[in-house]
Design a protein around this ligand. Sequence first.
Ligand code: SF4
Length: 436
Amino acid sequence: MNFAESERLQQLLTQAGWKETKNVQQTHLLIAIGCSIREKAENRVISFLKSNSHLKEKGTIFCLTGCTANLHKEKILEKLPFLDVICGPNHIAEIPETVENCSPGKCVLKTGESDNPFIECVPSKKDITLMVPIIKGCNNFCSYCVVPMARGKLQSRSPDSVVREIRNAVKQGIKAVTLLGQNVNEYGKDFTIDYCFSDLLCEILKIEGLLRIGFLTSHPEDTTEKLLTIMAQHEKIMKHLHIPLQSGSDKILRAMNRKYTVEKFFNVVEKTRKLMPEISITSDVMVGFPGETQQDFEMTLSFIKKVRFNELFVFKYSPRPMTKAFKLPETVSKEEKEHRHKIILDTQKQITRSILNSFKGKVCDVLVERKSIKNQRLYIGRNIQGIPVSFESKEVLEGKIVRIKITDCAEGILYGKVDEECQLLQGSQSREKMRK
Ligand code: SF4
């Protein structure tokens, strides 16, 4: 989400006449997007700003945005007294005007909710993919999570705005979109009309020239049969579902206020795989939540082995201010968190490797995104599961779907070569025929 927002902010600033520089020492305006999901991320942005505070002497304007701005508001001035603008993520569109009008020694504060927190984006001509925020905020209040406080209550972007942006983006050459939200499955719950995420997907599916539609993140509790059926029915929808598990222990899930049980989560996985056997399911897991015993941890580990996620993002619990869990005494030491983190990472590494290995010899349809930065003879694209695929070709292929036979894999990437037989057939025969 921060990445998508920074891209949009960059566009707005360019329109307002600002130019990007890679050299921080030359900057007249320094904007930092602070993430407060974990303490480490928050500390990083604070030290980045502090380490550049000397630029203030030459008149550089300092602006802090993102979750950190909304969460701490004017209190952040205790650590960063030189800030000129503190702007929450719902007010990003106001940054160009605010920085233009701010005066030295007086910090402008723009936080809290906004009637229209979304910025419509016009992608640059070279882009193939676009991230499209469709939801801001969250109403779930998981006990460890700062998002409802940092980003506010759930706010769905209007379907018209989403569809208009994607339609314009496709005219500019965009071939794939990723719809973004803390929990995309809750899309439309704040509307007065009966309209849900599946309805939005159906509207986007009608856009001609758009080759792929993906989305992030889904809450296991709200991953409905209707959504899974639409995913299974439409070739354009990515066969990738990111559903955070967080823990394999019902006791910890309850303490986290996650609203599902391990059994229910497994049912979602089974239903998904039954409808789409080729699906890639990825997840998040947290270790060291207050009260997590060795037994709870082992339950998580054995559940991970049972489900065999394609990929897993593993986090160590860190208490965040204003959350319910913040008041709970920490029961897992730093060393033990480190230890549990490593065990899960190592286990998942083996699972991911064996899943990637199973692609060898298979043929994938790859949407080509760009040339490799390191080797200009290589292309990088993604298959329908969202897995990066690298292959060699002399043709101009950006934005095209190319059939690739997978020959090898490494960490997080597949390697292959253009499947000549299928390429010859492409365009003259149906997809089904090509598969025979
Ligand atoms: S669903 Fe839970 S973890 Fe995800 S953003 Fe909302 S409160 Fe945070």
